[in-house]
Design a protein around this ligand. Structure first.
Ligand code: UDP
Length: 334
């Protein structure tokens, strides 16, 4: 049987970059994605299966066909506001379906999983930078679904010898446009793609609150380039292969940038001034979210290589322009 890694949600934003990183390392990558949340991307370095992550028949076929070394589990609903309005579908998609996936994995004796978690499991920060010992008190159903899966993994590790790495991401950002990969959510709620869209089209950009207790009054976030994030998954996988010890680990840079700082860099990259409107604070936004990176450095000897803000925004801009040109070309053809 051929060895492979299975990546659920591998056509999504972080998933697709991780499949590329895995393929570059020489792994045979099988993607399982229902394409409900992801753009139709070209992923020639992977084998793409179209389907639901809780489709037991399909999962059985995959696990019988390949010797799956590990499952990278990205498939999930991620929009925080939506999770408040539709918690049922979030619990169904993010928790129940994960339980099904884990059950089939165990049936086939597949006992390694790299889970796409989030700093949203911490909730409102009690101190920053936040380490992995920070209390977990998620404020949104989204964050709670991620924490629920972490609990599941912990219990399965104890009872069934599952080895897991739960990666708590801070703000994934940037693109690898040269491989046709970048950020694209529907609806888009993330700062950098929204700024790029608005500035390049001469529309207003919105700053959600400028009266926070931060240096310039706007929220501070830890932006990590998706390519660095992808590499962290490869390292977590190798760690699980070598030592079966499970781990929970933050993936961020330890450096925070305010909304105004991100805006200034984006204006510079677009060579255009933004029309700015300050809006009320967005519900549930923490003033500062920055990762303590000590564990990441100690366990993985990991340093982000592409996560300076200029590199992040420049790559996101290139991807944004590429897509714009593609859309224009399509329009001309039609
Ligand atoms: N934000 C903003 N204007 C926007 C979108 C986001 O001011 O149009 C702010 C948001 O309030 C937060 C930061 O930018 O403080 C990062 O938001 P994003 O949604 O990208 O990531 P989050 O940290 O919420 O996961």
């Amino acid at each position: 049987m051929k060895k492979a890694v299975l990546v659920t949600g591998g056509a999504g934003y972080i998933g697709s970059h991780t499949t590329l990183a895995l393929a570059i390392e020489g792994y045979h990558v099988v993607i399982l994605d229902d394409f409900s949340q992801s753009q139709t991307v070209d992923l020639p370095w992977a084998e793409v299966m179209h389907g639901d992550i809780a489709d037991v028949v399909l999962l059985n076929i995959i696990f019988k066909r390949y010797e799956i070394q590990a499952v990278f589990h990205f498939a999930a609903f991620i929009e925080v506001g939506e999770s408040v309005k539709r918690p049922r579908s979030f619990y169904d998609n993010n928790v129940s379906k994960t339980a099904t996936l884990l059950a089939v994995m165990l049936d086939h004796d597949v006992r390694r999983i790299i889970f796409s978690s989030s700093c949203a499991v911490y909730g409102a920060p009690q101190y920053v930078p936040m380490d992995e010992f920070h209390p977990t008190a998620p404020v949104s159903p989204y964050g709670r679904t991620k924490l629920a899966v972490e609990f599941m993994l912990q219990d399965y590790a104890r009872a069934y010898g599952l080895g897991y790495a739960s990666l708590r991401y801070f703000n994934a950002s940037g693109a690898q446009w040269e491989h046709g990969l970048g950020e694209q959510h529907t609806p888009e709620t993330h700062l950098i793609p929204l700024l790029l869209d608005a500035i390049t089209q001469g529309r207003e950009v919105y700053i959600f609150g400028d009266d926070y207790a931060t240096l310039d009054g706007t929220c501070v976030r830890d932006y990590v380039h998706v390519r660095d994030l992808a590499q962290a998954h490869v390292l977590a996988f190798k760690q699980l292969l070598n030592k079966s010890e499970s781990l929970v680990i933050n993936v961020g840079t330890g450096v925070g940038h305010s909304v105004r700082e991100v805006l200034a860099v984006t204006e510079h990259v677009c060579r255009r001034a933004a029309k700015v409107q300050v809006m009320p604070r967005r519900l549930g936004d923490a003033p500062v979210l920055v990762s303590n990176t000590q564990r990441m450095q100690e366990i993985f000897c990991w340093q982000p290589e592409h996560s300076d803000l200029m590199t992040i925004v420049t790559s996101a801009y290139a991807w944004h322009q590429q897509r714009r040109q593609e859309r224009q070309a399509l329009h001309v053809t039609l």
